[in-house]
Design a protein around this ligand. Sequence first.
Ligand code: G6P
Length: 608
Amino acid sequence: MCGIVGYIGEAQAAPILLDGLSRLEYRGYDSAGIAVYDGTDIQVKKATGRLKVLSELTHDGVTMPGTLGIGHTRWATHGAPTDANAHPHYNSTETIAVVHNGIIENYLKVKKRLQDKGYEFQSETDTEVVAHLLDYYYKGEPIEAITKVMLRLEGSYALGIIFRDHPDVLYAVRKDSPLIVGKGAEGNLIASDVPAVLKYTREVYFIQNEEIAVLNKEDISFRNVDGEPIEKEAATIEWDINAAEKGGYEHFMLKEIYEQPKTVRDTLNPRLKDGRIVIEELGMTDEEIRAIQKIHIVACGSAYHTGVTAKYVFEGLARIPVEVDLASEFRYRNPILEEGALVIIISQSGETADSLAALREAKTRGIQTLGIVNVVGSSIAREADKVMYTWAGPEIAVATTKAYSAQLVAQYLLALKFAQVRGTVTDQECEGMIGDLKKLPEQIELLLGSKERIQRFANRYVAARDVFFIGRGIDYAISLEGSLKLKEISYIHSEAYAAGELKHGTISLIEEGTLVAAVATQEALYKKTISNIVEVRTRGAFVMAVTNTGNTEIEKAADYVIYIPQTNRYFTNSLAIIPLQLFSYYVSVGRGCDVDKPRNLAKSVTVE
Ligand code: G6P
């Protein structure tokens, strides 16, 4: 969630740092700062709030001359978002500066020890202990100090470090927090994420746990935790830099909503071959697939919601029992994981701390793990036994849309593949479902085509106080995501309920005019959901229903109906979520909210 950028080269560092940080704004932050070596000293400037405050403070970096520097955008964990707590942090003599992502878990103990030795602290952060600890161990040889510090820190860190006495070197190190090194034509860079360096280079090195990167103007070398040299190979990033920019849409979120037909197509197409499902990178034999006794789907946020849907799909198609868990619960609940279990971790970023911890928990227990991940080379992708990628490309808006859609179809494919191998669907049924999957992209396009109607409806609800989403079965899973989308970007209180559960409490909250979004895409459950619609409507609710084309009966019960095209009952989420995403988006725009960067939220939650 925090962002790191560092530069050493021929050019002025500060403007490059500011530009790099701006590419990482999507990660969520509340303050920013940069440190630049000016030929004599290390200068630091920090500012609470948006990056533009820091840019103004430094005249876009012009007032901070120097060709070596580090920058940071901070999302507060230890200590409030203030200038003092913003990074970079110095040692007492201001000869060492540090930026940090992650959490130093033993920082209080280390801080106390340092204070006993006379060190004075300027901030409440865990990061500042790193600067002072480096100072404590520094005897003229940075690598030696860094490796000693690494051995004493517990927790996670990606660090960018500069030493006043070594102005021709930029140091970087990581453990359980992402960090990359970019080899540029006019200098070298470090960053917590690829978009920060794309303007300068496509050649990057992924730093692994407990590795140190040593960057000069021209050279890059790597060391292990013992300070010994190691070899690494550069990878070439194929992303287009435009893919990380808005491309003409008012917000990244809208752009990403519109990218969904492509995302779904990209995730499906390479895996649909001659009427069969081929997931090459999965690397599971038919025997392994047949041996699965139980699936545990573990994830956070919207990724978790895709898992709630997938439970119905895996159980319905492949007849494998599925448990779905929030990663933050799974990791601490001592789950019963027996032989023959498969743990599926779903994550856009591949870096979500709880999901990563859940993955490690499963691995420790000797259980087979599969990551469904968007970011290639991310921690979950690297650590899971098997990986299936969603091909959604970089997602910038904090509220996920296209990655969510890609996660859904990835799981449909997997469920259908498992069903095919285990013989729980006939070839004919499978063919029919593949046909339905192939139609999804154009059906999503069709739904996107009616955005004006949704926009007009959304405009009526910009002042809503509470909104309730109801549905049964997969429609409940859709409701969970519809509700989360609305509340996270519009700040309107909203809740999702299994429609049959309403009468056990929630119905007392329904008042004259309360908006209830009822999702009814499961034919077998239409009548039941219609009864629930009637229940809330007679208590004054205004009901917006999302249902399948042809289910006109619902018009008698609901006030406003949105129809989705016909598809297989297991795949309706991919269509029903589109109007709900658009609804949330337009309510958020209508309320003047920061759509792409909602308050208090981060895109990639790398702390628990
Ligand atoms: C954050 C994001 C959500 C996302 C969740 C899980 O809360 O704002 O959109 O669903 O993290 O992230 P992941 O990267 O693991 O899918």
